[in-house]
Design a protein around this ligand. Structure first.
Ligand SMILES: [Cu+2]
Length: 192
C-alpha cells in the first residue's frame, strides 16, 4: 500500500538559495534605510534640536513651573506678550514672547497671532498630563510635561496659517487637540 504523497522535500542546496535571497533582501533594506536617513539629514527634513530646518530657526532651553499654580506665572495670560497699546513686547534677548498652555485636550490660546519674520520665543507647558507640541510641517516638535516649560525660539519666515497638534496620546480627547498659529505679514511702515 502506498503512502499519501508528501510535500516535496527541500534539499539543502535549495535552502542555501533561499537563505542567499533573504540575505540579499536584508542587505538591500539596510542600504535603503541608511540612504534614507542620510538623505533626510542632508535635506534638513530630519528633526534637529538646533540650527535651521523646515524654513524656521530655533533653539531649545528648559525651565520649571508649578502646574497647579499657573496664575502666578505668565502662563495665566496665554498668548503673545503685548504692551498696553497692544504692541508686541521685545524681551532682553531681542525676541518676542508667547505663552501656550496645553491641558484638558486643548491648547490656549485657541489661535495665536504672530508676526512673520520676527523671532518669537514660545514658552509651552502642560497642566495635567504629558502632551505633544508639534507645528506641522516644521521641525518644531517637543514633549510637554506638567511642571516643565519647553522654551523654543522660532522665526516664521512666511505668513499664513500653521497648525499645531498634540502628537502624544493624552486621553479620550487627544484627537481634538489642535490649535492654529496665524502668522501675519509684518505691518507696513507707517505713512507720514
Ligand atoms: Cu494632548
Amino acid at each position: 500500500m502506498r503512502r499519501a504523497p508528501q510535500a516535496p522535500r527541500l534539499d539543502h542546496h535549495a535552502l542555501e538559495r533561499y537563505e542567499r535571497i533573504w540575505l540579499g533582501v536584508a542587505v538591500v533594506m539596510t542600504v535603503l534605510l541608511f540612504v534614507g536617513v542620510l538623505s533626510s539629514l542632508i535635506s534638513g527634513t530630519y528633526p534637529r534640536l538646533s540650527g535651521q530646518g523646515g524654513g524656521h530657526s530655533m533653539a531649545v532651553t528648559k525651565g520649571r513651573v508649578d502646574p497647579a499654580n499657573l496664575a502666578a506665572t505668565p502662563f495665566a495670560r496665554p498668548g503673545l506678550v503685548v504692551d498696553a497699546a497692544g504692541q508686541p513686547v521685545v524681551n532682553a534677548q531681542g525676541t518676542l514672547d508667547a505663552y501656550i498652555v496645553a491641558g484638558n485636550f486643548t491648547f490656549q490660546p485657541a489661535v495665536l497671532r504672530l508676526p512673520a519674520g520676527r523671532p518669537v520665543t514660545l514658552h509651552v507647558t502642560a497642566t495635567d498630563v504629558a502632551h505633544g507640541f508639534q507645528i506641522t510641517g516644521t521641525n518644531v516638535n517637543v514633549e510637554l510635561l506638567p511642571g516643565h516649560v519647553a522654551t523654543l525660539t522660532v522665526t516664521f519666515r512666511r505668513s499664513g496659517e500653521q497648525h499645531v497638534i498634540c502628537n502624544e496620546y493624552c486621553g479620550l480627547g487627544h484627537h481634538n487637540m489642535i490649535t492654529r498659529f496665524l502668522v501675519e505679514p509684518p505691518a507696513p511702515a507707517a505713512k507720514e
